[in-house]
Design a protein around this ligand. Structure first.
Ligand SMILES: [Zn+2]
Ligand SMILES: [Zn+2]
Length: 454
């Protein structure tokens, strides 16, 4: 498997004399499998160079698969400039996370409206097929693709590609789930490479498990992070810890901050290598550079995960006008969540205490329940226990998320043990809430058996 970086920058393109070595174009990675299968990860401005190279290769008709993590600008801005899409006879399959009211085709058409671009989506000459993805797995030719939601203020998917006996994970635009106000402290006081305590971070580690190459968000440092909480990106120290806990072989720092010049990126690599050394690990760390090519071959100890779940599940239509129950004794939080959820068309029911929440849950059987941990009378975790023991199987399975001021401590583990699905950490911002709610609902609706909708 060959991996080539065409764009490594995050947020916004940053060409110029200070970014010559690592590059200024935004996210775009080309993956070639030995059998010729072409997979492109994200379509930032780096896609322009890739498109030109593909045309110059003379391969025609050209068949390719474009996997988009999410549709923030830095991941799709190269799309209207990706030349192979304009060539008749070419065939492209496009994939991105699908969710309520958000279909990939509509979103891509949006940035090609007349106000922004002179050519519309319908005028592209190649044959294009759109696939709205959920979490799960599917195959492209001989490549097994595993998808998993990332923690970001937009619904974003990470991609794990397994082929040619090697595994590559592309996990960009992701923020650690642990956020207890001492994120920096926990990084400096806990041992490098220590496994994460939050179940969602553990899931992330499993997603990366044994990978030959992890291409990971590494936008910030632990020192910068306190000012960037909820921006949806990873401090490099956390990227190292994820990769170490996962037993990955190589870590490519990616989604470089536009304010980070080449020398500063060298500094990040040094921080990471010292952390690997402190943990006594054998992880190889480097900062992904535009133009860099990696040839990955099957080696000893390569882990190719086996996942048995398959099947086809719809995404957009199954979310429909769903009901969400919000319970908090703080009316400000209830009002904020209600307004946020109504933007996405959800029917929102509210409660000011645990007893009411339980009664409403039993009567209305909502698709998702958000409960404040600390409420007078029954607390969120007590309500969760009651739901998990209910005679109604829907209430035993429904995603239950606790609103809390802390994550990562003993209470977090106790909540998971009581049947809590996940946590929403205060203070939260509406974009994060919208992304997380989508992930919980899609996961819950598909019941862990998910795949591509064609
Ligand atoms: Zn990004
Ligand atoms: Zn993003």
């Amino acid at each position: 498997m060959d991996v080539r970086f065409w764009g490594t920058r995050g947020s916004v393109a940053k060409p110029g004399p200070t970014t010559l070595r690592y590059g200024g174009n935004t996210s775009c990675v080309e993956v070639r499998i030995t059998d010729g299968t072409l997979i492109v990860l994200d379509c930032g401005t780096g896609a322009h160079g890739l498109g030109q190279a593909l045309l110059a290769s003379g391969e025609h008709p050209l068949r390719g698969h474009l996997l988009i993590t999410h549709t923030h600008w830095d991941h799709i801005q190269g799309f209207p400039f990706f030349a192979p899409l304009f060539v008749p006879g070419n065939e492209w399959d496009l994939y991105a996370p699908g969710s309520v009211g958000q279909q990939l085709e509509t979103t891509l058409a949006g940035q090609m409206e007349y106000t922004y671009f002179p050519v519309t989506l319908e005028q592209l000459n190649a044959t294009i097929r759109y696939h709205d993805l959920v979490e799960g797995q599917f195959a492209i030719a001989g490549v097994r693709i595993i998808t998993q939601y990332l923690n970001h203020p937009a619904l974003a998917l990470g991609y794990r590609l397994e082929a040619d006996g090697v595994a590559v994970v592309y996990a960009v635009d992701h923020e650690p789930h642990v956020r207890d106000g001492s994120a920096t402290g926990s990084l400096t006081t806990r041992l490098a490479g220590a496994p994460p305590v939050h179940r969602e971070d553990q899931r992330h580690v499993e997603f990366l498990a044994g990978a030959d190459l992890v291409i990971h968000d590494a936008q910030y440092t632990a020192a910068e992070y306190p000012k960037k909480i909820t921006w949806g990106h990873t401090p490099v120290e956390w990227a190292v810890d994820y990769a170490l806990a996962a037993g990955a072989k190589r870590l490519a720092l990616f989604h470089h901050d536009p304010l980070r010049d080449d020398d500063a990126l060298d500094g990040l690599v040094e921080i990471c290598r010292e952390r690997v050394g402190a943990a006594g690990g054998g992880l190889e760390v480097f900062a992904a550079a535009e133009g860099q090519v990696l040839v990955l071959t099957e080696g000893e100890g390569t882990t190719v995960r086996s996942i048995s779940s398959t099947g086809v599940a719809a995404t957009g239509e199954m979310l429909g006008p769903l009901t969400v129950l919000v319970a908090d004794d703080d009316p400000t939080i209830v009002a904020l969540l209600t307004a946020t959820l109504q933007q996405d068309g959800f029917r929102v029911l509210t409660a000011g205490d645990g007893e009411t929440a339980l009664r409403v849950a039993r009567a209305e059987r909502p698709a998702l329940i958000l409960l404040d941990w600390r409420m007078p009378g029954l607390e969120g975790v007590d309500v969760t226990r009651a739901l998990r023991a209910d005679a109604d199987p829907h209430l035993r399975r429904v995603p239950v998320v606790l609103l809390t001021g802390e994550t990562g401590g003993e209470n977090t583990a106790a909540g998971f043990a009581a049947g809590v699905t996940d946590y929403l950490t205060k203070p939260f911002k509406p974009p994060f809430v919208r992304a997380r709610v989508r992930a919980w609902l899609v996961r819950g609706a598909a019941g862990g058996r998910q795949d591509v909708r064609r």
